[in-house]
Write a protein of this length. Structure first.
Length: 142
């Protein structure tokens, strides 16, 4: 357990040191790659928790930490725009990471209107260039 914690701290330190030197180089997106939200549909009225089903064409899904050409993992952006290129995708209430290779999620949302967008990230949580992102959809949670 101590070794795992030490390795995680070392990796975090290396990531922070790289950021201190400036933006990281985003990975090139495969030609024609596209993310999309299968459900819910744009404009839908739903109950919470909301099941969001992810879609992807032109590339593969792999867990974070697995380096394989033309693969990445999903991030769900809730009421947020795309993060800047060259910086890791944030991990907070508006930027949910699915680094286990998940292709759907159950998300608890407060009542009201919300925007949802998928964004693919590489093994280091960097978005691709150009970003492989779904169109933004708007849902209403009753």
């Amino acid at each position: 357990m101590k070794k795992a914690l030490w390795l995680a701290a070392l990796a975090l330190g290396a990531s922070l040191a790289a950021l201190a030197d400036g933006p990281l180089t985003p990975p090139k997106a495969p030609a024609g790659a596209a993310a999309y939200i299968v459900s819910p549909q744009d404009g839908a009225t739903v109950s919470s928790p909301v099941t969001v089903v992810f879609g992807l064409k032109g590339m593969g899904v792999a867990p974070a930490g697995v380096e394989h050409a033309d693969t990445g993992h999903f991030h769900l952006l809730i009421d947020a725009g795309l993060p800047p290129q060259g910086a890791p995708i944030p991990k907070d209430e508006q930027h949910l990471h699915f680094g286990g290779g998940q292709i759907q999620a159950s998300v608890t949302l407060k009542p009201g209107k919300h925007t949802l967008q998928l964004l693919m990230g590489d093994t280091n949580h960097l978005s691709f260039d150009p970003p492989v992102a779904s169109p933004v959809i708007t849902i209403t949670v009753k």
